[in-house]
Design a protein around this ligand. Structure first.
Ligand SMILES: C[S@@+](CC[C@H](N)C(=O)[O-])C[C@H]1O[C@@H](n2cnc3c(N)ncnc32)[C@H](O)[C@@H]1O
Length: 171
C-alpha cells in the first residue's frame, strides 16, 4: 500500500498544487493521500468526486498533526520516504524502496520541519535541483512501480477514455 502525505497545505495558495498531488497519487497507483496544514473540505470533496467519476478506491483525508500521521504509519510497518532535493538519489534508492510493501511518501510544502528528515527511513532526491512536489511524486511512483502504473485499470469508473489520435472519445 502506498500513502502520500502532503505537508502544510494552505487553503488558498496551494489549492491547485495540493489537488494535483492527489490526482497524481491516484493516477499513478498510490492508495491514499493525507493532507496536513489547513483543513480543506473542498479539496477532499474534489478528489472524492474524481474517484466517483473515474473509478478506483483512492482515499483522501485530512489530519491536523503530521507527526501523528508519520508515527501511526510507522507503527503499522510502513517505511517513511521523504522527498527532498537534499536526499539520496532516487535512481540509486529505487531498488531499496521496492523491497517494502507499504510506503508513506511525504512531500513538502513551503517549509519542511527538520524532524521530518529525522523521522524518514529514506530521504530521497529526484535530482538535487529544486523543482516541484508534483514532479517529484510522479517520478518516484513511476520508479517504485517500474512503469506498471500505465497498466492500471480503475474499477467502477463511470468515465473511461478510449484513446483517440484526434479528439475525445469515451468507451
Ligand atoms: C517547492 S519545494 C519547497 C521545499 C522547502 N523549501 C523546504 O523547506 O525544503 C516543495 C517540495 O517539493 C519536493 N521537491 C522539490 N524538489 C525536489 C527534488 N529535487 N527532489 C525531491 N523532492 C523535491 C519536496 O517534497 C519539497 O518539500
Amino acid at each position: 500500500m502506498i500513502v502520500v502525505l502532503r505537508l502544510n497545505h494552505r487553503r488558498e495558495r496551494d489549492k491547485r498544487v495540493s489537488t494535483h498531488i492527489g490526482l497524481v497519487a491516484r493516477a499513478f497507483g498510490a492508495d491514499k493521500v493525507v493532507y496536513t496544514g489547513d483543513s480543506d473540505e473542498a479539496l477532499i470533496k474534489s478528489l472524492q468526486t474524481v474517484v466517483l467519476g473515474w473509478g478506483g478506491s483512492f482515499a483522501a483525508d485530512y489530519e491536523k498533526d503530521y507527526r501523528k500521521v508519520i508515527m501511526d504509519y510507522a507503527s503499522k510497518g510502513f517505511k517513511i520516504v521523504h522527498l527532498t532535493m537534499y536526499g539520496l538519489p532516487l535512481e540509486e534508492q529505487a531498488t531499496n524502496l521496492r523491497k517494502h510493501k507499504n510506503l508513506l511518501i511525504i512531500v513538502g510544502g513551503e517549509k519542511v520541519p527538520g524532524d521530518v528528515y529525522e523521522a524518514a527511513d529514506y530521504n530521497i532526491s529526484v535530482t538535487n535541483q529544486p523543482h516541484s512536489e508534483i514532479a517529484a511524486l510522479a517520478l518516484t511512483l513511476d520508479r517504485v512501480f517500474k512503469g506498471k502504473e500505465f497498466e492500471l485499470r480503475f474499477k467502477g469508473a463511470q468515465k473511461v477514455i478510449k484513446p483517440d489520435p484526434k479528439g475525445k472519445s469515451f468507451l
